[in-house]
Design a protein around this ligand. Structure first.
Ligand SMILES: Nc1nc2c(c(=O)[nH]1)N[C@H]1C(S)=C(S)[C@@H](COP(=O)(O)OP(=O)(O)OC[C@H]3O[C@@H](n4cnc5c(=O)[nH]c(N)nc54)[C@H](O)[C@@H]3O)O[C@H]1N2
Ligand SMILES: Nc1nc2c(c(=O)[nH]1)N[C@H]1C(S)=C(S)[C@@H](COP(=O)(O)OP(=O)(O)OC[C@H]3O[C@@H](n4cnc5c(=O)[nH]c(N)nc54)[C@H](O)[C@@H]3O)O[C@H]1N2
Ligand SMILES: [Mo]
Length: 805
């Protein structure tokens, strides 16, 4: 691959956030256009700029793709877009190079005599259709399951949801959003009655305090961090609270940094709520008018003093008091929540307490006052709203017969044709059903579970089962695709057209700039082809899936979204070709979209309108319609209390460490794209293990020492990095699978690997069913010293951009 030294972005590996453009509160964030072009290519050489947005995080950074001679030669941020005002982060700047990787899949593959061999589309699709029909006839529709992504387009999810739910009639359809934002969705449902992000990125411009709960925004939504940095330099900076056991770039700039013991988020939040109530920082008028459940919360947190929480979280009581004052006295508070809560102990319970903080302070629906229950993946929002996750499309309530009937009307099918006897199956359950032999065909699109699911040794056994017919639709022969019976080569970003929605409800159009390699096809075309071959019909014998292009699929989705919280009826492809993305709901009444939800109390919590009747925050048990109607007859926001409970995974004599996992700025997930980009590979070539300096000193360990981390599930080896975590904690980035290792093979049983999920046990939040990737008890042993001359591993650039010395 050519090395592209980008014009104007030299140094953006060691300085990921680029130059500052300071601005003051309530001001407008200045434009800064970031461009990266292939070496030797100037803007004048570009033949065409094609509109797109980033698919490497949930920010939705808008950009144009530079095309020359039918190839992508770079990207440029879109100055007019509300999300990024022209800025791009390092992955956005460089990852377009991955499209042209020599090892892209260019033909379908089918398994013959144990080996994957090239074939044509018709042979591959015939196999899938024949197997689908045979399994449905012999075992019913529930023998089929679909595991999709947070990285396809809205049009693709909607098509998949229609064909799986109403065409086949299986409840087994979920996304990897289960690993990602299931808790965001659940927390929003539990507090506000429905999914839907209340706040807006523009709240960063207006807030006087920003609280980040388990969210390393500097590395994972680097462009919004640039926005915060520009406010911090702007003369009237917001105060920052960071709740993270690591010394992240966010923590380094925080006014107050709380580094709690892993898994103790609820104890900490309950103490913050206790203080806010005790000091009288609540908004009684707001509580009275817009909420139910306040008295229960007050009773729950009565005994949760800062001193009590200090003992559990191992954070000074005085720091908790300072944090409470920061969030309690802010005039406009913006909170963000992400994986340090969603993938930790008591995920939903903890995320809901952040909502409670906003509800009792009346901090909702005003400029600068809001909560962002963040998304991680670029298109996770669409997986959820289209019902390609464990929900029905349009945030409809599967327990409400009227909602199901309404959906059946949109699809022109009988309500009974849409499975809704129980909750749609969540991903962890789908894998369990495959393990038990009940799911016999699993179609995986745009996700790499052989690296991203917990307890990889178990996942490999499931994917390898002889009685599981596995279809994998991807760009590359990933760790997962290697197990497949049929591999379908997909077109991706820049090679297909579709829309997607970022974490603040901004919808962008992402257009095709070049042809996909070989016979690779857009995912939409694959799903449409399957629907046509399966001949799915509506109740009048018409075509169930009656669209043929992305734009027609978008129009079909608009009808399904009409009158729902995520109403797209005011949007068209033509309007999305304008200067900026547009936030849903976008309707005839709100033609320019909607900046914030819930300006005057919540809209979707009424028992007839809500998406869920609620679950017990400790056990996850559904509370039922009667309960919901009795506590919330008028459809106000729900204040839901929860006691702290200790994580099941807790250090003991053998496994004395708390292990957590997460991300580096330089790579996206399992690196199938960023691992093929020279600049990013060089910046972070290998897995590592973070440890506190005090722990290293105590054990006589040094920077760069090769260590082995073991848990009850497995083992991993990596080099030590010192000084970025709280004592007692180890941190490992989860992004290093094995496709790019010399052997390219999964570790043999008992042999240490390098994927963090070799170590993570199978456990999930009882409410959201999101796996707990951020809590394992672990042991640590030294394998060899850093100065040992034998070859080992090591990185050039530290996460967060500090150079190694
Ligand atoms: N560079 C980059 N950006 C990305 C991605 C990527 O792969 N690379 N992926 C995207 C996706 S899909 C997602 S979901 C987001 C995730 O974005 P983030 O949630 O910001 O990223 P993580 O590193 O998973 O976790 C955030 C922090 O949680 C902390 N944490 C761990 N355990 C606990 C705990 O018990 N309590 C608390 N309070 N904090 C804890 C970790 O120390 C870590 O710094 O990033 C998105 N953006
Ligand atoms: N230990 C630990 N594990 C984690 C996490 C953690 O913090 N710690 N985080 C979890 C989270 S939040 C997430 S989101 C998951 C991510 O986990 P995965 O979804 O498994 O990770 P990706 O590498 O993004 O996999 C996406 C796949 O889709 C392919 N792809 C990309 N674009 C397209 C396309 O247009 N079409 C098709 N068909 N394929 C495409 C890519 O090549 C890649 O193989 O990991 C989860 N796992
Ligand atoms: Mo994610």
């Amino acid at each position: 691959m050519r090395r592209n030294h980008a014009n104007g972005v030299d140094g953006r590996i060691s300085d990921p956030w680029g130059a500052r453009a300071p601005y003051r509160r309530d001001g407008r964030w200045p434009v800064r256009v970031d461009t990266c072009l292939a070496e030797g290519v100037g803007e004048a050489d570009v033949e065409e700029w094609v509109q797109a947005a980033s698919l490497l995080h949930s920010d939705g950074d808008a950009m144009d793709i530079a095309v020359r001679n039918g190839r992508i030669v770079g990207v440029r941020g879109r100055a007019g877009d509300r999300v990024n005002r022209g800025r791009l982060e390092p992955k956005d700047l460089y990852t377009w190079q991955a499209n042209a990787s020599a090892d892209r899949l260019t033909h379908p593959l089918v398994r013959e005599g144990g080996r994957l061999v090239e074939t044509d589309w018709s042979t591959a699709m015939d196999r899938i259709v024949a197997r689908s029909r045979k399994l449905i006839a012999a075992h019913g529709p529930e023998a089929l399951a679909f595991y999709t992504s947070g990285q396809l387009f809205l049009e693709e999810y909607y098509t998949l949801a229609v064909l799986a739910r109403a065409g086949i009639g299986t409840p087994h359809l979920d996304g990897n959003t289960r690993l990602c934002t299931a808790t965001a969705a659940e927390a929003l449902k539990e507090s506000f009655g429905s999914d839907g992000q209340p706040a807006s990125y523009e709240d960063i411009d207006h807030a006087d305090a920003i609280a980040l709960f388990g969210h390393n925004i500097a590395e994972t939504q680097a462009v919004q961090w640039m926005r915060i940095l520009d406010r911090l330099e702007g003369g009237d900076p917001p105060l920052l609270l960071c709740v993270d056991p690591r010394l992240t770039p966010v923590a380094r700039r925080a006014t107050v940094h709380l580094a709690p013991r892993l898994g103790t988020n609820v104890a900490l939040l309950n103490a913050l709520l206790h203080e806010v109530i005790r000091r009288g920082w609540t908004d009684p008028a707001y509580i009275e008018r817009h909420t139910v459940g306040y008295d229960t919360l007050r009773a729950e947190v009565e005994a949760c003093t800062p001193r009590w929480a200090a003992g559990i979280c191992d954070v000074p009581a005085s720091s908790i008091e300072k944090a409470a004052e920061l969030v309690g006295t802010a005039d406009r508070l913006l909170s963000t929540v992400l994986q340090g809560f969603y993938q930790a102990n008591q995920a939903t319970a903890a995320a809901v307490q952040v909502n409670n903080l906003h509800l009792i302070r009346g901090m909702l629906g005003r400029p600068g006052a809001g909560v962002l229950q963040m998304n991680g993946q670029p298109t996770a929002e669409n997986t959820r709203e289209c019902g390609a996750d464990g929900d029905l499309p349009g945030f409809r309530n599967w327990q409400n017969e009227d909602h199901v009937a309404d959906l059946a009307k949109v699809w022109n099918v009988e309500p009974a044709a849409i499975p809704h006897d129980g909750p749609p199956t969540h991903a962890m359950k789908i894998f369990e059903l495959a393990e038990q032999g009940k799911v016999r065909m699993l179609w995986i699109s745009a996700t790499n579970p052989a690296v991203s699911l917990p307890e990889l040794a178990r996942i490999r056994t499931i994917l390898d089962k002889k009685d599981l017919f596995l279809v994998v639709q991807d760009l590359f022969l990933t760790e997962t695709a290697q197990f497949a019976d049929v591999v379908l080569p997909a077109a991706t970003w820049g090679e297909k057209t579709g829309t997607f929605t970022n974490a603040d409800r901004t919808v962008h159009l992402c257009e095709k700039a070049i042809d996909p390699p070989g016979d690779a096809r857009p995912d939409l075309d694959v799903f449409l082809d399957y629907a046509a071959r399966m001949d799915f019909k509506d109740k009048d014998g018409g075509l169930l899936v009656h669209w043929r292009s992305p734009e027609e699929a978008f129009e079909a989705w608009k009808r399904c979204s009409a009158g729902r919280p995520c109403d797209y009826t005011g949007l068209t492809y033509a309007r999305l070709r304008g200067p900026t993305g547009i936030q849903w709901p976008c309707t005839a009444h709100a033609p320019d979209g909607t900046e914030r939800l819930y300006a005057d109390g919540v809209d979707w919590a009424h028992p007839d309108r809500c998406e869920t009747y609620g679950k017990d925050l400790v056990t996850g048990k559904p509370l039922g319609e009667d309960w919901y109607r009795s506590v919330n007859p008028d459809g106000k926001a729900l204040i839901r209390a929860a006691p702290y409970t200790q994580p099941t995974e807790w250090p003991d004599q053998k496994y004395t460490w708390q292990l957590t996992t997460g991300r580096t700025l330089y790579h996206f997930h399992t690196r199938t794209k960023t691992g093929r980009v020279p600049e990013l590979v060089q910046a972070a070539p290998e897995v590592w293990v973070e440890i506190a300096e005090t722990d290293a000193a105590r054990l006589g360990l040094g920077e760069g020492d090769l260590v082995e981390v073991t848990t009850r599930c497995g083992a991993l080896r990596g080099r030590l990095r010192l000084g970025t975590v709280r004592p007692g904690v180890l941190f490992v980035p989860f992004q290093y699978g094995y496709w790019d290792t010399p052997a390219g093979n999964a570790p043999a049983p008992g042999v240490p690997g390098r994927a963090a999920n070799e170590l993570i046990p199978t456990r999930w939040d009882p409410v959201s069913k999101q796996p707990q990737f951020k809590t394992a008890a672990a042991a640590l042993t030294l394998i060899r010293r850093a100065d040992d001359p034998r070859p080992g591993v090591g990185g050039a650039v530290r996460s967060g951009g500090r150079s190694r010395t």
